[in-house]
Design a binder for this molecule. Structure first.
Ligand SMILES: O=C(O)CCC(=O)C(=O)O
Ligand SMILES: [Fe+2]
Length: 186
């Protein structure tokens, strides 16, 4: 977890440049990566793998997710037209970087969180280790002013307390990219 910090900062610096955010000051750093959580996912061999969902389709509520997966495979991401799925092949030594809902909200939709799911496997176990890079639970997140100021862009998302957003995610079954509707200005 500690070692991932340099990578996370590098990624966020690059992503922020495109949003007109010149510098990640203390406030921004807290909003973008104020809390982190590591999960250890173990997927056992599943006899009825055709009838079973390992993890249903969802987007992460994080800013970024840094994911290490073993050689089994089974992670799929939604295609841009939302009609199909692309397998994310395991590559030794490679990390999968996903954009989460918090970054979609803070970037006012310029960066889009990725819908993904995991299929069950009939012959092999699987292990994956995601690090979720999050705002702090007590943070209020909304589109960055730099993004809105750049060309008078209208806010697509309202300000939400991050802990409320996460609670909303866990209150319901996985439902693709529906969580973000909670923060949408309609
Ligand atoms: O196991 C994976 O590859 C992804 C897990 C995942 O989507 C999650 O923990 O949110
Ligand atoms: Fe996920």
């Amino acid at each position: 977890m500690k070692k991932s910090e340099a990578l996370i900062k590098r990624l966020l610096n690059i992503l922020m440049k495109r949003l007109n955010v010149k510098e990640i000051d203390e406030t921004k750093e807290a909003l973008l990566m104020g809390s982190k959580r590591i999960n250890l996912n173990y997927y056992p061999v599943c006899p009825n793998h055709d009838l079973t969902v390992a993890i249903g389709r969802h987007s992460d509520v994080s800013t970024l997710t840094i994911l290490l997966q073993d050689q089994t495979g089974g992670l799929f991401v939604r295609t841009e037209d939302r009609r199909g799925w692309i397998h994310v092949p395991p590559i030794p030594g490679a990390l999968v970087i996903n954009i989460g809902d918090a970054l979609q909200i803070m970037s006012n939709g310029r960066y889009k969180s990725i819908e993904h799911r995991v299929t069950a496997n009939g012959s092999k176990t699987r292990v994956s280790v995601p690090i979720f890079v999050n705002p702090r639970p007590s943070d209020v997140i909304g589109p960055f002013l730099e993004v809105l100021a750049s060309d008078g862009e209208k806010a697509k998302y309202k300000n939400v307390l991050y802990s409320d957003y996460v609670k909303h995610f866990f209150r319901k079954a996985h439902d693709g990219k529906m969580t973000i509707e909670y923060a949408k200005i309609t």
